[in-house]
Design a protein around this ligand. Structure first.
Ligand SMILES: [Zn+2]
Length: 168
């Protein structure tokens, strides 16, 4: 899944359970794997070299394409963190750090995938295996449908996060 919905989901969990920055990070991190179970669309990374037979060999090749991908992923991550702050902290009055750490926790497993590609040893190897174990094999190829479903998912997260204002 792209990074923005992962970030908003992590922040929503932090908001819903009124977590502190540390538990928000852990909960966001764990949420990542379960959210990857949901069929979704992903944008293409030009620097990706995918091994269909043995995905643990997947790589991001560092070069001009990689820097372009890095900007794309950076924008995606930043959008998720900024939306989380706008919705939950500015809009919902939830403390800043739990929201930021929840969002970062939600994104972190994908950043660690890149770390694994450059250092294919434990504990990153087990983490990568876990990532593949959870990640759905059902891909959505239509970007319009993909983005639409992401919007629905983010709205669900906002509902979940905002809901806590009424029940706690
Ligand atoms: Zn993932």
């Amino acid at each position: 899944m792209v990074l923005t919905p992962h970030a908003v989901a992590g922040a929503a969990i932090a908001s819903f359970f009124k977590l502190n920055p540390f538990t928000a990070f852990v909960a966001g991190f764990l949420s990542h794997f379960f959210i990857d179970l949901i069929p979704h669309w992903d944008y293409r990374l030009k620097s990706a070299r995918l091994d269909e037979v043995y995905p643990l060999n997947n790589d991001l090749v560092i070069g001009p394409d990689f820097y372009f991908d890095l900007v794309k992923m950076g924008f995606d991550a930043l959008l998720g963190i900024i939306l989380s702050i706008i919705f939950f902290t500015i809009g919902g009055g939830v403390s800043f750090w739990p929201i930021v750490f929840g969002a970062i926790g939600g994104i972190a497993p994908d950043a660690l995938q890149f770390a694994y590609m450059k250092y294919r040893k434990e504990p990153l190897l087990s983490l990568q295996r876990t990532h593949f174990l959870f990640h759905t094999s059902y891909k959505i190829y239509n970007p319009v449908l993909g983005v639409f479903l992401y919007c629905l998912f983010i709205m669900f997260c906002l509902f979940l996060g905002a809901w806590s204002f009424f029940i706690w």
